[in-house]
Unconditional design. Structure first.
Length: 459
């Protein structure tokens, strides 16, 4: 059963139940009102009859008091004695009791009786004097007209209920169909995307209101956009990995082939092989770190650490790497203690420092700084290199991304993973990395880390 049909049946059932309840209440209310009017008439006539009843010396009812009594035309009455004998009747031809059970009534009793094709409303009233019970008065009124009114009303209510159900069912079918039409479009487009493997397609928003369906389509389009970016990134990642692996493997294969043809070990070839194996090892290590980070399986060993100690260690290692090629100095250093993973924070600074050394020309300068600012630790790594073009700045933290125009790739350069890893480590500590650069004037990386540590230590 389709969702459209289920919703239509549900709506129609609820409306039908409500209409049925209202119809029953209307029918019951009209029935009560009409019978109440009939009962009032019976009470008025019975009061008039009882007020005219007289007992003679023989302790029987004297009919002369009722000679000039005028009652409603549809009203009939009978007076029965205590031994169940009919004493008075109007009309006189009515000999059968109006309500047989009512002749034994000890208190006033209303009863609806079907008799000779007629519908009667009968009131039985016990008659008593100071000497005790003397009989029973039964007075009735023909309520056939009331029955006809109620029958007509019930027929009208049934017709209104049936027409209301049909109309509401058709209206619900059309309205629900129009409302669910965008969902059919979602299903159709999703099936087309699955068959064509085309994540660039989007579900059209035409005719969709600002409601739950519109929100669903918007969310679905956002999911498609996210999936498209993920698959594009995955394809690019695989292509980049293949390219990075192909280069060292080609070098290794060439050197091995050369030594095989020479049939002797060549020190230069062995050095080249060793260098490429080291590059492969670093690449695999970086990829493993990224994979663990993105899957959430790279734990952080959080503890109180001194950033100034880490900065000094990184500074010493950078001096060893840079040698006399570039100048390194610490412009400002504060005593800053945070809750962090010592090795990961050191890895961030080594990555930034290594990039600065790699892309700063001979005779250039690299400046390190550490200070506190608004409950945050701020680490600056500034170089006087060629800078990064503005078009490349939004992408430098992507995997395998290198701004080749400003930073010429050489055999000793990295794989474009260092900044991605540094960015992930910093964000995992509740911080961020900012970069500012001008072509020909240098680049500054700014690392912000909270003094109180990561907001979620389990991240």
């Amino acid at each position: 059963m389709s969702l459209r049909l289920r919703l239509t049946l549900l709506y129609t059932s609820l409306l039908g139940g409500t209409m049925l309840l209202v119809s029953a209440l209307v029918y019951g209310l009209v029935n009560v009102i009409l019978l109440d009017q009939v009962d009032r008439t019976l009470v008025q006539n019975s009061t008039a009859i009882i007020s005219r009843l007289r007992m003679n010396t023989a302790n029987t009812f004297d009919p002369r008091g009722l000679v000039d009594l005028r009652t409603t035309e549809t009203v009939e009455f009978q007076v029965w004695s205590t031994d169940r004998k009919l004493l008075l009747a109007k009309p006189p031809t009515q000999r059968d009791p109006l309500d047989n059970a009512g002749r034994w009534a000890d208190e006033p009793r209303y009863q609806t009786i079907r008799q000779s094709g007629k519908s009667l409303r009968v009131l039985s009233i016990p008659l008593k004097t100071i000497r005790g019970p003397v009989g029973v008065l039964q007075i009735s009124q023909n309520i056939t007209l009331v029955d006809m009114i109620l029958s007509t009303l019930s027929l009208i209510l049934v017709l209104v209920l049936a027409l209301g159900l049909v109309f509401s069912g058709l209206s619900a079918w059309l309205v629900i169909g129009q409302t669910l039409a965008p969902l059919a479009t979602v299903t159709r487009v999703a099936a087309q995307i699955t068959r064509a493997d085309d994540l660039q397609r989007r579900i059209p928003m035409t005719g969709v209101g600002d409601d739950e369906v519109g929100a669903l389509i918007t969310s679905f389009n956002q999911v498609l956009e996210r999936l498209e970016k993920l698959f594009t990134s995955q394809r690019r990642f695989l292509a980049d990995v293949s390219h990075e692996l192909r280069t060292p493997l080609t070098v290794i294969r060439g050197n091995v082939g050369l030594m095989r043809r020479m049939k002797e070990l060549d020190e230069e070839s062995l050095t080249g092989i060793e260098s490429e194996v080291d590059r492969l090892t670093r690449l695999v290590g970086d990829l493993l770190i990224l994979a663990q980070a993105e899957s959430g399986r790279l734990p952080l060993n959080l503890m109180p650490v001194s950033l100034d100690t880490i900065l000094l260690e990184v500074f010493q290692q950078m001096r060893t790497i840079a040698g006399d090629r570039v100048s390194l100095r610490i412009a400002e250093i504060d005593q800053v203690e945070i809750v962090a993973d010592f090795d990961r924070i050191k890895q961030v600074l080594l990555n930034l420092g290594g990039n600065a050394i790699q892309y700063t020309p001979n005779g250039g300068e690299i400046i390190l700084s550490l200070r506190k600012s608004d409950q945050m630790a701020q680490i600056l790594v500034t170089d006087t290199g060629p800078g990064i073009p503005a078009a490349d700045l939004p992408h430098i933290f992507e995997r395998f991304y290198r701004a080749e125009k400003s930073r010429t790739r050489a055999s000793g350069t990295g794989f474009g993973l260092g900044l991605s890893i540094a960015n992930w480590i910093t964000r995992s500590h509740g911080g961020r990395i900012e970069v500012s650069s001008r072509e020909g004037q240098g680049t500054t990386f700014c690392v912000w880390l909270p003094l109180s540590g990561p907001p979620n230590p389990s991240a």
